[in-house]
Design a protein around this ligand. Sequence first.
Ligand code: HEM
Length: 491
Amino acid sequence: MYDPGMYDPTPGPPPGCPAHGMGPGGLRRLYGPEAEDLGALYEKLRAEHGNVAPALLHNDVPIWVVLGHTENLHMVRTPSQYTRDSRIWNPLRDGTAGPDHPLMPLFAWQPICAMAEGDEHLRLRGAVMGAMSTIDHRGIRRSINRSTQLLVNRFCEDGSADLVSQFAEHLPMAVLCEILGMPEEYNDRMVHSARDMIKGTETAIASNEYVMGALNRLTLRRRAQPQDDFTSHLIRHPAALTDDEVAQHLRLVLIAAYEATTNLIANVLRMVLTDPRFRAQLNGGQMTVPEAVEQSLWDEPPFSAVLGYFAKQETELGGQRIRKGDGLLLGIAPGNVDPRVRPDLTANMQGNRSHLAFSGGPHECPGQDIGRAIADVGVDALLMRLPDVRLACEEHELRWTTSISSRHMVELPVTFMAKPPQDDTQQPGAHPAGRRPRADWQVTTPAPAPEPAPAPQPATPQPESETVAPAAEPERRLGAWQRFVRWWRGY
Ligand code: HEM
């Protein structure tokens, strides 16, 4: 059992020593040269320490890395022992993690539901959930489809595109601006500002002001004159959020959801373009886009880790003694490849949704069906428009920027046969027979849509189970590519 609070603070080994790169106490660092491949680093930690490992954040601040699937689930589902409220974290209290700490934006406490607990969490999350429950799911599907058409129109005559900067980084912003009630604010500057804030460049403060300016104006407009959108419902919820609380939660939804959904779309597109499992099964008419989305949520979760959870009392996790006030990293990516639940990483996980991509417990992502729908409908509609799309580089040439919380693809260059823009007023129902997109938006329960389209279903996030026994195999629907292949072959 290792106690990270008790490490020996003597300097690390001299350069040239095999242990070089280790920090005080011989602990591995989650930053610097060794952390360039975080996946490999997590596996070393698992081999050395088991399912919960001591490590060091920037400035050699101690942290427990939770690597086991079961241990991660136990942590997020036990609010009596672990909280998201960082104000009890020892390094914050004793100043070891000071205001200049590079990861401060990730753990600095804010009065938002993501960091609240108990009654306050119920109040804030209740308002977010209440506003989400009013979203018209069929309307969102139409909006995703329409935004995809408009984005593809921008580059379809070129015969080539970068699907990260021209598609994946735009689609979620367009859809989220519409959900919040500010479709007119979606533009290149909003996308740039959001990316800037996430990257934390020198202009991040100005970008944050630009985004907050738009969200504050929206809050004031809707407070004065409510409409039927997410923001108005958030304001009118009985939880009685202040204007500041409303704007901060709009920011949470816009920025966190944006980054995660962007990563998901880019990862699914890469899988569709390169993964032999997808290609092979596609030829056999097997794998659908929603299944590729789910496989990607296992293999490349959009948030690879969440910093963090904090121990409210002395406890034990994965055989380690956790002290009151210790910090723990929710290890989504390492938990998803825990050999106890995935002894064979190449085995496909179809029908099994017990990955950690959306976390679990009281803070489990409330927007998961929206995130899934944006990726599902967006990728499907893009493949429909560009059925001959191909990767324009070798797969090994693809690059990612990696941070402790996510991996973001830098570029996904593709080629395809140039074609004219499509009338963006065309509605999904106007597609020729056999190429009609699905009419049900909810990707968690993929029931085939009878004609005419059924009434919208409420989103019902599927509860995660402690075990990873495969869920019932979802009824299969045809992906865009398969529909195209069928249409092409004339059946
Ligand atoms: C693929 C896309 C998405 C992924 C992978 C994702 C993942 C996550 C994760 C890992 C958390 C942290 C849970 C924890 O603290 O234990 C979270 C929280 C949250 N997400 Fe998502 N998310 C996605 C999309 C969205 C969308 C589209 C929305 C809103 C429209 C959303 C709204 C939120 C909110 C409000 C929270 C805080 C919940 C709370 O603390 O009670 N997310 N998400």
